[in-house]
Design a protein around this ligand. Structure first.
Ligand code: THU
Length: 157
């Protein structure tokens, strides 16, 4: 028997340190929270994906009175991105959330299991790590890939 460590390395930035194109992506994710439809949870999530064709595609969670029929921000963004630009590869994604008080959550949220699996599909298509930016009120976490959020993932059969 051998032990194997699975390590997930995260870079933690102050929001004020994040500048340039990444800051723009982060702001797009924050703006996308305004387009969330969350009358049941009042938890507004936004996601912004940068594609290798230069486009940024955003999504927000869309809830439904039949609760499981709703969709998270990350899946609304990645499905729309690939439906709109099927040839483009994903480069990076930023995810932000606002709570009931309307403020950005203090600590960054990270995608649910289903969204990790969905995003991973597009990372595989991209052929390299899709950088993940998780946005909180003061801190931003950077992860090198979706795979780092989903160790031992199911990728093929
Ligand atoms: N939600 C997302 O959109 N993304 C996440 O990463 C976690 C949760 C949504 C689903 C639901 O509309 C609301 O947040 C509360 O769970």
């Amino acid at each position: 028997m051998k032990e194997k460590d699975i390590v997930c390395k995260i870079n933690v930035f102050d929001l004020s340190e994040v500048a340039g194109p990444v800051r723009h992506l982060v702001e797009e994710a924050i703006s996308a929270t305004e387009r969330s439809y969350a009358p049941y949870s009042h938890f507004c999530v936004g996601a912004a994906i940068r594609l290798d064709n230069g486009e940024i595609v955003t999504g927000a969670n869309q809830e439904n009175v039949a609760y499981p029929s709703g969709t998270c921000a990350e899946r609304s963004a990645c499905f729309y991105a690939h439906a709109r630009y099927p040839e483009a590869k994903f480069v990076e994604i930023a995810i932000a959330a606002r709570g009931c008080d309307g403020k950005l959550v203090a600590d960054p949220i990270s995608p649910c299991g289903a969204c990790r699996q969905a995003l991973l599909e597009y990372e595989v298509l991209a052929g390299k790590g899709v950088t993940v930016w998780l946005v909180g009120r003061d801190k931003v976490y950077q992860l090198p890939s979706v795979a780092s959020l989903l160790p031992l993932a199911f990728t093929d059969f």
